[in-house]
Design a protein around this ligand. Structure first.
Ligand code: NAP
Length: 325
């Protein structure tokens, strides 16, 4: 399926994009350029998309009216179904009556649904599509995450990463993108992983494989430590192994895997750094998300499960003909 077909297939979709940051402005612009009719509410607009081809609704209800899909930010909602909308002056809360404005059988797309949102959506007879576990999106997002993590480490270090020892804890989608990037900068990179497969892959890539019981030893001469494991892995014992100027960049979802109190007591700079794709590269992150959303919409409506990269042809045409409604 090429770009033209994607445009034709998306043309039947009437999307409501509610909440979010600069990424959602990029998503609205891109999906609109691909032929979907898009209405937004509570989206943060920046200069990233100066020529939006979509409609900014005056109310949540107007945005939702008759939409075939509600697209929420990856960060989703809180426990009271309040949508993540950091730059919006007032709370945006989803309720049963507001969801009732969507078209029958509409889908709700979100990063990860909290139980309250799940209950609300299923109670309204709608289907939920969670994108947080989508490997394609996670791997694409690992690129701006890794770049952002490296930039943060550089901001806190008095030495170059080139020639320095860096430790990457966890070798999943983020770790396996970050570690080779650090190596490309000339760092001496150790990868700490629990699975033999991950350790073998690290070795194959010219990285130093370290099982978890070797973590304190690996930290001994490290200047930059990047954690991607969403579990407590950097406690007082591990932090005691760090010597000299060192920075810990914790990428794992809140609360991270670092004992931040212990780091503070030891004078170690430790930073919890959530949401790096949106903070460091909203245009890239928004485009990646738009591709995955488009693919999810086409797949769910019977189109082929296109890899996002094959939508690149359509992306080039993004913004040519928005269908504001
Ligand atoms: P992933 O692919 O699941 O990788 C997680 C890694 O952690 C895997 O290597 C996994 O090992 C390891 N792991 C999990 N639990 C562990 C435990 N108890 N002990 C030891 N190792 C453990 O996840 P990801 O996509 O790389 O994301 C990693 C984290 O970063 C997540 O919390 C995610 O939400 C977050 N994230 C943050 C940002 C940001 O901007 N800061 C961006 C993207 C993702 P196995 O393979 O053995 O299970």
């Amino acid at each position: 399926m090429g770009g033209t077909e994607v445009r034709e297939a998306l043309a039947g979709h009437r999307l409501a994009l509610v909440g979010g940051d600069a990424r959602e402005a990029v998503i609205a612009h891109t999906l609109s350029g691909w032929g979907a009719r898009v209405r937004t509410y509570a989206v943060e607009f920046t200069t990233l998309c100066p020529l939006p081809g979509f409609h900014r609704s005056a109310s949540l209800e107007e945005a939702l009216d008759g939409a075939t899909a509600l697209v929420l930010p990856l960060a989703g909602t809180d426990d009271h179904c309040q949508v993540y909308a950091p730059a919006w002056g007032e709370p945006v809360r989803l309720t049963t009556p507001s969801l009732g404005r969507l078209a029958a059988g509409a889908r709700v797309l979100v990063g990860q649904a909290r139980p309250a949102l799940r209950e609300l959506v299923t109670g309204a007879g709608l289907s939920l599509r969670e994108l947080a576990d989508d490997d394609e999106l996670a791997i694409l997002n690992a690129i701006p995450t890794a770049e952002g993590a490296i930039a943060l480490a550089m901001d806190h270090l008095p030495v170059t990463l080139h020639g320095a020892r860096a430790v990457v804890i966890g070798f999943g989608r983020t770790g396996s993108v970050l570690a080779p990037m650090l190596r490309g900068l000339g760092a001496r990179v150790a990868v700490v992983a629990r699975q033999p497969r991950g350790l073998a892959l690290a070795q194959a890539l010219g990285l130093e494989p370290v099982p978890f019981d070797g973590l304190p030893g690996a930290l001994r001469d490290a200047v930059a430590v990047f954690n991607t494991v969403p579990a407590p892995v950097l406690g007082a014992r591990e932090l005691d192994a760090l010597r000299g100027p060192a920075v810990v960049v914790d990428l794992a979802s809140r609360p991270g895997g670092t004992d931040f109190d212990a780091a503070r007591e030891r004078g170690i700079a430790a930073i919890l750094a959530p949401g790096l794709p949106g903070r460091r590269a909203p245009l890239t992150a928004g485009l990646n998300q738009a591709r995955v959303i488009a693919r999810a919409l086409l797949h769910d409506t019977g189109g082929p499960p296109e890899p996002a990269s094959t939508l690149a042809g359509a992306e080039k045409r993004g913004g040519e003909t928005g269908h504001g409604t």
